[in-house]
Ligand binder design. Structure first.
Ligand code: ATP
Length: 240
């Protein structure tokens, strides 16, 4: 099998004395959608922060495209091709949609390609073109989630990290966000690592899933298989 695009090996990350993730090992293969599922506080956000360099692991390795990146600055990791859409979206509220999108391309060297990528984002998320002159802070939660994803795409990532994209959205909007995730992966081959509490929607979208409990991976399988296991759905994922 080919080397994974991203590999976490035995990663441990702490908040002071609190060990938030405990010996986590996981692979993300090129061109796949991978989900990390688990309850509140399981450590999902910490895994993404550890990958994007917002937090440094105390132990273990994070290998992206064959290179160890743990301990590097978030800025360097972003330039290496990893875009992180954090929980709560964190768009720039006083900037317009277009300005927010262009901020996503700030580190790009190939400036000439930026207008084309703006069109690509508008093509995937037409609502952003309609709202391009609106300030982000005046938009709905779903629109801001779409904007945060669009802004991440403007950096032309090879790996997109999404933290709870369904949080606070109506079921219809959750459907739209996950449809966008499916299309981006299916049409551009973008590799996506998504963490979610909304296990049903994530399992219906992902190829491979990891179930996290109290900082440890307790189960890993194809999403199809995870979907088929009623006990997993009930005990770990809070689904009936
Ligand atoms: P949520 O869905 O609520 O964000 P999560 O699965 O993403 O949950 P994390 O946010 O990664 O979980 O938290 C993992 C553990 O680390 C939890 O026990 C949490 O209480 C703890 N933790 C998170 N942030 C901090 C912090 N800033 N200081 C201390 N402990 C923290």
């Amino acid at each position: 099998m080919r080397e994974p695009l991203l590999r976490l090996s035995n990663v441990e990350t702490f908040y002071g004395p609190i060990r938030a993730i405990r010996g986590v090992s996981l692979d993300v293969h090129q061109g796949t959608i991978v989900a990390v599922l688990g309850a509140n506080g399981a450590g999902k956000t910490t895994i993404l922060k550890t990958i994007s360099g917002v937090m440094d692991p105390l132990k273990g390795a994070v290998v992206f495209e064959g290179r160890e990146i743990q301990g590097e600055d978030p800025d360097r990791i972003a330039r290496a091709g990893i875009a992180h859409v954090p929980e709560g979206r964190e768009t720039f509220p006083y900037l317009t949609v277009r300005q927010n999108l262009l901020m996503g391309a700030y580190a790009r060297r190939d400036r000439a390609a930026v207008p084309g990528d703006l069109e690509m984002v508008y093509g995937y998320i037409p609502r952003l073109r309609d709202l391009s002159q609106r300030v982000a802070g005046s938009m709905s939660g779903g629109e801001q989630q779409m904007l945060a994803i669009g802004r991440a795409l403007m950096s032309r990532p090879r790996l997109l990290l999404l933290d709870e994209p369904s949080l606070g959205l109506s079921p219809r909007l959750v459907g739209e966000v996950f449809e966008l995730i499916r299309r981006l992966n299916g049409e551009t081959g973008l590799t996506i690592l998504v963490v979610e509490q909304n296990a049903g929607t994530a399992l219906a979208t992902c190829h491979f899933g990891f179930v996290l409990e109290l900082g440890r991976i307790v189960m890993e399988d194809t999403c199809e298989n995870l979907m088929a296991k009623d006990d997993i759905k009930e005990f770990y994922l809070g689904m009936k």
